[in-house]
Design a protein around this ligand. Structure first.
Ligand code: F6P
Length: 342
């Protein structure tokens, strides 16, 4: 059979490892052929492809980004998009599309499946917010990068006796903030799941300093929300896809902390550094496993499914169920994290 593959949405470490897994399984074990579509769904709409065989995937396992390119474009943004997708797939004799993406890209894949385009989904995003799976690939790498950064901020914070406020990604959920905050020994971590009260944050910092401790790290997820009636943050701008451009809440949080506590405060925004570079070994393994499993699902014609990590195993789950709800940080983990506040 012939299979199409694309990567959509924001990139993340491990995308190339998934592609390699798909191709290796297809060529080596099934004798199937894989066609890569360039720049996400845009490649299908514009019929821009690259042949993918084992030779084309040589050396890409540890490489960040995606050799296919990516975009947030979807076929439903243009007139006749669905027909164009079907026509392109027919032209290339492609039976199923393996879609590697986060909530937006996978929701579109689910819609395509409903509209008669067979798909198999692979959950990607550093934010780790795709439902139905315990882990998306890219998350582990992002947490490691954020933790390394926090470790470094500790030493300079201690030298200067400062508060360091560090912003990490996580638009709807605080997985990265929580994991990096715990791993990095943050004094306070702010996540979208629980609106924060800046007065309580400052009290926490003051208590810590009163106990004779110095230097604090405050981790803020980009999507953190102030509790109603406390402080306000500027409205985010929106890109051409209706995607809010977050980032910057850290500046408000830091200036409030400095004004309310008198502690010298500095800001670090990790931004896209969390999404770039080589995947961790965990992400390389998870991505490879997802890629192989997605190709198996495609070959079995088990369409409309998503590969998912559950109880330490990669399984197939109905895509519609997985995209129905975002996966939030476990409340027990948030509670465990709060034990170390202040
Ligand atoms: O892919 C998710 C994410 O990493 C979010 O946490 C972040 O808000 C967003 O991507 C930023 O993406 P971009 O700058 O590519 O639009």
């Amino acid at each position: 059979m012939r299979v199409g593959v694309l990567t959509g949405g924001g990139d993340c470490p491990g995308l190339n490892a998934v592609i390699r897994g798909v191709v290796r399984k297809a060529e080596h074990d099934f004798g199937d052929e894989v066609v890569g579509f360039l720049d996400g769904y845009l490649g299908i709409l514009e019929d821009r492809t690259m042949p993918l065989d084992v030779a084309a995937c040589r050396g890409i396992l540890p490489r960040g980004g995606t050799i296919l390119g990516t975009s947030r474009h979807t076929p439903y943004m243009v007139d006749d998009g669905l027909d164009t997708v079907k026509a392109t797939m027919a032209r290339h004799d492609i039976e199923v599309l393996i879609v590697i993406g986060g909530e937006g890209t996978l929701s579109c894949a689910n819609r395509l499946q409903g509209d008669g385009v067979p798909v198999v989904g692979v959950p990607k995003t550093i934010d780790n917010d795709v439902g139905g799976t315990e882990m998306t690939f890219g998350f582990d790498t992002a947490v490691q990068i954020a933790t390394d950064a926090i470790d470094r901020l500790h030493t300079t914070a201690e030298s200067h006796d400062r508060v360091m406020v560090v912003e990490v990604m996580g638009r709807h959920v605080g997985h990265i903030a929580t994991w990096a905050g715990i791993a990095g020994g943050a004094t306070v971590t702010l996540v979208p799941e629980e609106p924060f009260d800046i007065a309580a944050v400052c009290d926490s910092l003051k208590r810590r300093h009163e106990r004779g401790r110095f230097a604090s790290i405050v981790v803020v997820a980009e999507g953190a929300i102030p509790a109603e009636g406390t402080i306000s943050i500027p409205d985010p701008t929106v890109d051409e896809y209706g995607h809010q451009r977050l980032g910057g809440i850290v500046n408000v949080v830091a200036s409030e902390i400095e004004a309310r506590t008198g502690f010298e405060t500095r800001v670090t925004v990790l931004g896209h550094v969390q999404r770039g570079g080589t995947p961790t070994s965990f992400d390389r393994v998870l991505s490879t496993w997802y890629g192989v499993a997605a190709m198996e699902a495609a070959h079995d014609r088990d369409f409309g499914t998503m590969v998912a990590l559950r109880n330490g195993e990669v399984v197939r789950a109905p895509l519609a169920e997985c995209i129905a709800e975002l996966k939030y940080t476990h409340p027990d983990l948030l509670a465990a994290m709060r034990t170390f506040f202040g």
